[in-house]
Ligand binder design. Structure first.
Ligand code: DQA
Length: 147
């Protein structure tokens, strides 16, 4: 287990988020994932948090990293991308690791297509931040600094 004074947060990003900056900028804005990583690392340092920032397009890889976080992290900030709306496996993984997970979305999925209105992650998340673009990651860090 991680000692209580060591707040280490896994910031996990799911499929297609590697394309931020060029991917549907009208929906997701112009910041790249590297820009978001830089913002997150800067604010984390100010808050005294250590962060591990990762992205994968593969569901199994995301699950492996969640399992790893069980041993190494105190919380997770997770933008699961489209797996949000499809993945029972992510639901199970989050339940299994028993870590606080903050679900983040750049866009507001509830203001979009009906298939985005259902999240398999929200019922097992500590909280959800959506619709604020990259700022959502910073708001999630502020929350993660509290537990
Ligand atoms: C997203 C919203 C999802 O519906 C979508 O599939 C994404 C990105 C967001 O950050 O707004 O890939 O998670």
């Amino acid at each position: 287990m991680v000692e209580s004074h060591t707040r280490r947060v896994l910031v996990l990003n799911g499929p297609n988020l590697n394309l931020l900056g060029t991917r549907e900028p009208g929906v997701y804005g112009s910041a790249t994932l590297a820009d978001i990583q830089a913002m997150v690392e800067k604010r984390a340092a100010e808050l005294g948090l250590s962060v591990i920032f990762r992205q994968s397009n593969h569901e199994g890889q995301l699950i492996d990293w969640l399992h790893e976080a069980r041993e190494t992290c105190t919380g997770v900030i997770f933008n699961p991308g489209a797996y949000t709306h499809t993945s029972v496996a992510l639901y199970d993984a989050i339940k299994a690791i028993a870590l606080p997970v903050i679900e983040v979305h750049l866009s507001n999925p509830h203001a979009r297509e009906p298939f985005r209105h259902r999240s398999f992650v929200s019922p097992v998340a500590k909280g959800v931040i959506q619709g604020f673009g990259p700022l959502g990651y910073i708001l999630a860090l502020e929350a993660a600094a509290q537990f």
